[in-house]
Design a protein around this ligand. Structure first.
Ligand SMILES: Cc1cc2nc3c(=O)[nH]c(=O)nc-3n(C[C@H](O)[C@H](O)[C@H](O)COP(=O)(O)OP(=O)(O)OC[C@H]3O[C@@H](n4cnc5c(N)ncnc54)[C@H](O)[C@@H]3O)c2cc1C
Length: 381
């Protein structure tokens, strides 16, 4: 018997999709090529919109609660800012993803790890997946298999910004108190780059991001940043890199009975490259859309209603936020010094930054204000 839904990839997008579909009564199989729990290159920073979209019963396995940020511009112009409201919760991705997967299983989804999807085909009624464990079929498939997605190739997802993120995990030992409740963000010298230190109790995640094609410069930025932060010599627990990809405007979100979510769909904040909230929100929407089963007299009509429900959900939320993020990225690339000044030195800028990370407002909401929109566009020109 085919499943109602097979979800490919058990990151935050896949587990959120599986949870939503299973909760709505669908028979769901979730597969992942890795053996869980698995390591994931990621800062593990959860902003307000991520926390708001997680299942109600989910307990976040937080390693730190952040109310303070130190900010620098290419290692200089230090500023220390605090906020009454929480800016971020930090998680270790292996534990976070494992807990979210468990939540999807508790809602009724079946899970098989060590299963790699190698091919996708479909006819009017079913989707068939070729996998390392044989052929599997379902009425719908949700591709949540990350930024190098196999399913996205079938759907025809197109991307227009590819970045390389590099990270090291460092053992912090007796210096942990220096990072209590605080992150560090540095706006880099090369356009669009930035670096972060995210504390996780007894370890720190230190990372940088830059557009693809400058690997030597990206590595040099990470090494310089680690030294400037006084972290050279700490024991390296892990060192890794990963590509992020942002979808181009109008890139498809589905093809026939196959939908894509999270990084697989190129859904990612273009400025900060924050992707967990996009993964959780799009995964949930995709799961709800396919579980609704669609409506109409024919199979084609049913599929069309499922796809348009998903398209409309993304258009009204994440696509709108991505459009705002592109404007912010252009301004940040043109003038990191001005962006630093606004966030680090002005009360209004810092409050807006805290509202964005806390989830009280989105960048798209901020850009509704004509003065903010004109200001960012003028800087980005
Ligand atoms: C250096 C770096 C730091 C980041 N820091 C942050 C941050 O602090 N906060 C934030 O919000 N975002 C951050 N991001 C972005 C965030 O990591 C991603 O947006 C997020 O993980 C996307 O979730 P996902 O579920 O779509 O994909 P993933 O988490 O990548 O999950 C995809 C899953 O699919 C599986 N898979 C892949 N191919 C197949 C296949 N063929 N068959 C079966 N399974 C498959 C993989 O094993 C994996 O488990 C960062 C990204 C980078 C690169």
């Amino acid at each position: 018997m085919p499943y109602d839904v097979i979800v490919v990839g058990a990151g935050p997008a896949g587990s959120s999709a599986a949870h939503a579909a299973a909760r709505a009564g669908a028979q769901v199989l979730l597969v992942d090529r890795a053996t869980f729990p698995r390591y994931k290159t990621c800062g593990g920073g959860l902003i307000g919109p991520t926390l708001a979209a997680l299942p109600e019963e989910f307990q976040v396995p937080a390693r730190a609660e952040i109310h303070r940020a130190t900010l620098t511009l290419d290692g200089g112009r230090w500023a220390d800012r605090r906020s009454d409201r929480r800016l971020l919760r930090l998680v270790d991705r292996a534990s976070f993803d494992q807990a979210l997967l468990r939540c999807a299983q508790d809602a009724g989804a079946q899970f098989r790890d060590g299963v790699t999807v190698t091919g996708v085909g479909q006819d009017d009624d079913l989707v068939t997946l070729q996998t390392s464990d044989g052929t599997m079929s379902a009425r719908y498939v949700i591709g949540a298999d990350g930024s190098a997605s196999r399913v996205a190739r079938h759907v025809g997802v197109t991307t227009d910004a590819v970045d390389l993120g590099l990270e090291v995990e460092l053992e912090i030992g007796d210096q942990a108190h220096r990072w209590d409740g605080r992150v560090h963000l540095d706006w880099g010298a090369d356009p669009g780059t930035y670096a972060w230190v995210f504390p996780k109790g007894d370890s720190l995640t230190v990372g940088v991001i830059q557009s693809r094609g400058h690997a030597a410069a990206t590595r040099a930025y990470l090494a310089k940043f680690v030294a400037e932060m006084g972290l050279s010599g700490l024991r390296e627990i892990h060192s890794s890199g990963h590509l992020t990809r942002c979808r181009s405007v109008g890139s498809p979100l589905s093809r026939g009975r196959v939908l894509v979510a999270g990084d697989a769909a190129g859904l990612l904040e273009p400025w900060t490259r924050e992707g967990i909230s996009y993964a959780v929100r799009s995964g949930r929407l995709a799961g709800e859309s396919v579980a609704s089963g669609g409506s109409g007299d024919t199979a084609d009509a049913e599929v069309a209603t499922v796809r348009s429900a998903y398209d409309a959900g993304i258009a009204g939320t994440l696509a709108r936020e991505m459009a705002a993020g592109r404007i912010a990225l252009r301004a940040f690339e043109r003038s990191p010094a001005l962006m630093h000044h606004i966030v680090a030195r002005t009360g209004r800028g810092w409050r807006e930054f805290a509202r964005l990370t806390g989830g009280d407002a989105t960048l798209a909401d901020a850009l509704e204000h004509r003065s903010v929109r004109w200001g960012l566009r003028a800087v980005g020109r």
